[in-house]
Design a protein around this ligand. Structure first.
Ligand code: BES
Ligand code: MN
Ligand code: ZN
Length: 497
């Protein structure tokens, strides 16, 4: 989608659909600016519109150049946040699709929000709201749907431009993560996923190196290899790197993404209904890391970032790892496998122990790790966990702030020492399951065993894939994590000034 910013008056924007977000205060007898620009049609229609959040009013004006006018309610001006603007713009996207509008304008409302924040939110809401996954639909063309978005503003146009650019880059990255998640499992076997990462690296400007099974064996990644045992397809381990000359951090920030391209559960087989049937999304952590790299490379963020993605499917098979197996991990620790469906932590543990080689400033891992995360927080936020020490609050706060600003919301869960007891094994250093209670936390405690640097874990099992359409998250992969990571890294870069 082409995105631009214009300072042309609303009445002179030549678009198929003009979206005007309006607060309750401006509505009712108000909307004066619209009356002036678009004439009596607005006067006749406005009494039907109170400006409540999400309310819509379509007007076919006799004046002005826009074909259609869509007024979208924002609620009371005091309550308007970036998230409200995203949602309002997403409503605009829905109407644009329904009315087959190719060119769409959105007016930046005059509010107590910075111009860059407002325009970024509007672009995100619109682009993410008009996302459709059409790859496998033979009768749907990719060119259906809106093609051009114009953000209209009368002031602050420099800020508005910056926000619109950022919004476009971030949204493109989220959409490419969604594409990867929605893709059929047989199109994203590890080697194919690696090829997609390499292609993205070339296109967007970051380095990619792909390890094959032999190299993974040489490195001793016992966790990744164990999970791969039941598979017909070799695993890959993917190392992404973005290192601009003006990087402000001496030690890299490392992102680790779970890349289970399909999770059957292995011999501890999952039931199909509402469980295995959407486990193509078990590489959503990997997709978030890939999307985040695309965005920071396009934005040229002045920070050194490394990405690590262990990729395999998890299947039952003649050679599949079995409950009772003791696995020697990359770190040298031994793990008693008591459930082959707890595979994510096995592959992440190896990536996390490998991450130490970079002497990282901080490591963030993102993974569809536990059903327990979804039980705890549903689809509105993802649990975020970190080592329980004196710097924990600082790390969590930075993540929560990035979550609030970006709309990919995260919320903390505790990491007290005592939770580790649930991972005690009779035969090995630790076991790979900690029981039903506190499942999201004990999974994080498992990962923590492999970490000796500042680290944050985000469990996106509840938010990565949606079965219910949300304002700007259509059914399927959500791309959750891209906006969170990008916003975190933007703030991180600022903090290193
Ligand atoms: N990929 C799943 C977690 C998941 C569940 C993701 C629901 C998305 C939606 C993970 O590999 C898994 O199977 N976790 C198990 C762990 C258990 C066996 C300790 C779980 O949460 O049930
Ligand atoms: Mn599993
Ligand atoms: Zn899994």
């Amino acid at each position: 989608m082409k995105v631009s910013v214009s300072t042309i008056a609303l009445s002179e924007l030549d678009v198929d659909l003009l979206v005007v977000p309006a607060t309750e205060e401006e509505s009712g007898d108000g909307l004066e600016a619209l009356v002036a620009s678009f004439g009596d049609a607005v006067v006749r229609a406005r009494s039907d519109f109170s400006g409540e959040s999400g309310e819509t009013l379509i007007i076919y004006p006799e004046k002005g150049t826009a074909k259609r006018l869509l007024v979208v309610g924002l609620g009371e001006s005091m309550d308007v946040t970036a998230e409200r603007l995203r949602q309002a713009a997403a409503v605009g996207a829905g109407v644009a699709i329904r009315t087959r509008s190719e060119t769409v304008g959105i007016g930046v409302p005059k509010l107590d929000l910075d111009g860059d924040m407002a325009s970024q939110a509007l672009v995100e809401g619109f682009m993410l709201g008009s996302y459709r996954f059409t790859r496998y639909q033979t009768d749907v063309s990719e060119d259906d749907g809106p093609q051009r978005l114009v953000i209209q503003t009368e002031e602050q146009d420099k800020l508005v431009r910056r926000g619109a650019d950022r919004g476009r880059i971030v949204s493109e990255a989220v959409c490419s993560a969604r594409d990867l998640i929605n893709m059929s499992p047989n199109d994203k076997k590890p080697v194919l996923l690696s090829r997609a990462i390499e292609k993205s690296g070339k296109k967007n400007g970051f380095e990619v190196s792909v390890w094959d099974k032999e190299l993974i064996e040489e490195e001793g990644m016992g966790g990744l290899l164990a999970v791969n045992m039941g598979s017909q397809d070799p695993p890959t381990f993917n190392v992404l790197e973005f290192k601009p000359e003006n990087a402000r951090n001496d030690r890299p920030l490392v992102l680790v993404g779970k890349g289970i391209v399909f999770d059957t559960g292995g011999l501890s087989l999952k039931p199909t209904k509402d469980s295995m049937d959407y486990m193509k999304s078990d590489m959503s952590g990997a997709a978030a890391v890939i999307g985040a790299f695309e965005a920071i490379a396009k934005m040229d963020l002045p920070i050194h970032v490394v990405g690590l993605i262990p990729a395999t499917d998890n299947r039952p098979g003649e050679q599949a790892y079995v409950p009772g197996d003791v696995i020697k991990m990359h770190s040298g620790a031994t793990v008693e496998v008591l459930n082959t469906d707890a595979e994510g932590r096995m592959v992440l543990a190896d990536a996390l122990s490998y991450a130490a080689n970079f002497s990282p400033d901080i490591v963030i891992d993102i993974a569809t790790l536990t059903g327990s995360a979804a039980v705890a927080m549903g689809d509105q936020a993802a649990p975020v966990l970190t080592t329980h020490n004196s710097k924990a609050a600082e790390r969590i706060e930075a993540m929560v702030r990035a979550g609030e600003a970006s709309g990919d919301r995260v919320h903390p869960l505790p990491m007290y020492e005592e939770y580790k007891e649930q991972l005690k094994s009779e035969v090995a250093d630790l076991r790979n399951v900690g029981g039903r209670e506190g499942g999201c936390i004990t999974a994080a405690k498992f990962l923590e065993h492999f970490v000796d640097y500042p680290w944050v874990h985000v469990d996106i099992a509840g938010v990565a894939f949606t079965h219910k359409a949300r304002p700007y998250r259509p059914i399927g992969g959500t791309g959750f994590g891209v906006r969170l990571l990008v916003e975190f890294m933007r703030a991180y870069a600022e903090s290193k000034r």
